[in-house]
Design a protein around this ligand. Structure first.
Ligand code: FAD
Length: 470
């Protein structure tokens, strides 16, 4: 069988590339190993985690209401874990079903198979699905590799018990353990830890570095850190490594090595969330000219071309940041380039969001990157304590900050911590992409009273014209 364009992997990068290439009038085939399209994001990543985080958020807000406003619901929330799980599954199946329809409507062929390269123009297809063509080979003019990533699980932690889970295991929500250890204080660990904590588990977080979310801006992490400490009743072990895990029957024994914690403890479940690794093994890349870097990511240029002229790579397998919207955008670029358009990805403002309580979001350059790269920036910070809407909502520990190029007044970075930060950051992304000067933000009328005003107010701080309180 021959298909002019083949996309290997049907996650947000792969299906975006396939659909857009089909919209450009190209004949497209997706090869996906799983029974449905959607990839990590829809099936065991962004979407199920956010569905569960919604439950956690509502429980947390109800608790806050009692503590701050005197409106208390008596008793503890009664959790029907089967219903929670079923609701999450429903969200996933609604979305993956929708993708199947979108593929059909565009005449995109979907083959259920594991694909690997025989050479630079041929894939071998393995599996037992009827969609696999006779002979099990598929030739192409262009192939887009979108095989994504999987959770990193060091062999020492893989001790053969389902009490030690990765993010996929945690999202399966088998039970609400009494005690749970989250290994790794990155966004996936903190999001999943928050879910279990609000459902009733006693959660402990252990992180090797001296702070949570090591890659994120310190000012943004501070209010979240305070919340996570409160949520975990101070069981947050920083500067601490997990030495070993041992299966102790109905528990897991964990040894800690570090100033934050030394010795051993037992937990009902342990979530390993220490990062993800790109899926390149078993793809037969050695039969092509595709190059992989020292961290295992496929090397490609701004047009998503690999070193092999017929082959493109997008999404998690093509490097950081490993985020769905970055994968989708790279998919768009690859599709346009294959269709003969002059497209390229200039990565100036890929937003990142941590969907904890409070949320953290940033886009463009961060203060630490500016310092590291010797980029001159002026920082303008607006504390949410001065925002009328934040006061009304009782979320005054947030802040909004702009990073501005002092020579041009252009906005080059933005960071927000607080409820809804993930929605608010979209304005900053647009501003940075459009090369806005900070007065473009302050001159734009923002609705009152909203948290979006804090973006305008932080701009006013830059000019020294911010009013104290609305
Ligand atoms: P994937 O989504 O990983 O899809 C790859 C697909 O390729 C899979 O379907 C796989 O079956 C298939 N495949 C692999 N090898 C083969 C082969 N040889 N043959 C055929 N098919 C193959 N990102 C965000 O932007 N926001 C979030 O809030 C967010 N939350 C997350 C929460 C969790 C718990 C996790 C784990 C991830 C989260 N992510 C989030 C990251 C996001 O899921 C990924 O960045 C995104 O899915 C990457 O898309 P992709 O298309 O590159 O790969």
């Amino acid at each position: 069988m021959h298909s002019p364009v083949v996309v290997l992997g049907g996650g947000p990068g792969g299906y975006a590339a396939a659909f857009l290439a089909a919209d450009e009038g190209l004949d497209v085939t997706i090869v996906e190993a799983e029974s449905r399209l959607g990839g990590t994001c829809l099936i065991r990543g962004c979407i199920p985690s956010k569905a569960l985080l919604h439950v956690a958020k509502v429980i947390s807000e109800v608790n806050d209401l009692g503590a701050e406003w005197g409106v208390e619901y008596t008793g503890k929330p009664k959790i029907d874990i089967d219903k929670v799980r079923a609701r999450k599954e429903k969200v996933i199946s609604n979305l993956t079903g929708g993708l199947g329809n979108l593929a059909k409507r565009r005449n995109v062929t979907v083959i259920r198979a594991r694909g690997s390269f025989i050479n630079s123009t041929t894939l071998k297809l393995e599996g037992d699905d009827a969609s696999i063509p006779e002979g099990g080979e598929l030739t192409f003019d262009h192939c887009v590799i979108a095989t994504g990533s999987v959770p990193a699980m060091p062999p020492a932690f893989d001790i053969g018990t389902d009490r030690v889970m990765d993010s996929t295991g945690a999202l399966a929500l088998a039970d609400i353990p009494e005690t749970m250890l989250v290994v790794g204080g990155g966004y996936i660990g903190l999001e999943m830890g928050s879910v279990y904590a609000h459902l009733g588990s006693k959660v402990t977080v252990v992180e090797m570095s001296d702070r949570l979310l090591p890659g994120a801006d310190r000012d943004l992490v501070k209010p979240l850190s305070k919340r996570i400490h409160a949520m975990c009743e101070d069981r947050v072990y920083l500067d601490t490594k997990v030495g070993s895990l041992t299966d102790a029957g109905d528990k897991v024994e964990v040894t800690f090595e570090g100033p934050g914690k030394f010795g051993h403890e037992t937990y009902d479940r342990v979530l390993i969330s220490i990062g993800r690794r790109p899926v390149t093994k078993g793809l037969g890349l050695e039969n092509t000219n595709v190059q992989v870097n020292e961290r295992g990511f496929i090397v490609c240029d701004q047009q998503q071309r690999t070193a092999d002229p017929n082959i493109f790579a997008i999404g998690d397998v093509a490097g950081d940041p490993m985020l769905a919207h970055k994968a989708t955008h790279e998919g768009r670029v690859a599709a346009e380039v294959i269709a003969g358009k002059s497209s390229a990805f200039d990565k100036v403002a890929i937003p990142a969001v941590v969907f904890t309580d409070p949320e953290i979001a940033w886009a463009g350059i961060t203060e630490e990157e500016a310092k590291r790269d010797g980029v001159k920036v002026e920082v303008a910070v607006y504390p949410w304590a001065a925002s009328g809407r934040a006061q009304a909502l009782g979320i005054t520990d947030g802040l909004t900050k702009w990073l501005v190029d002092p020579e041009t007044d252009r906005v080059i970075g933005c960071g927000i911590v607080g409820s809804g930060a993930g929605e608010l950051i979209a304005e900053a992304v647009l501003a940075i992409e459009m090369g806005c000067e900070i007065h473009d933000i302050t001159d734009s009328v923002h609705p009152h009273p909203t948290l979006s005003e804090t973006l305008m107010n932080a701009g006013e701080v830059y000019y020294g014209t911010a009013t104290e309180i609305y």
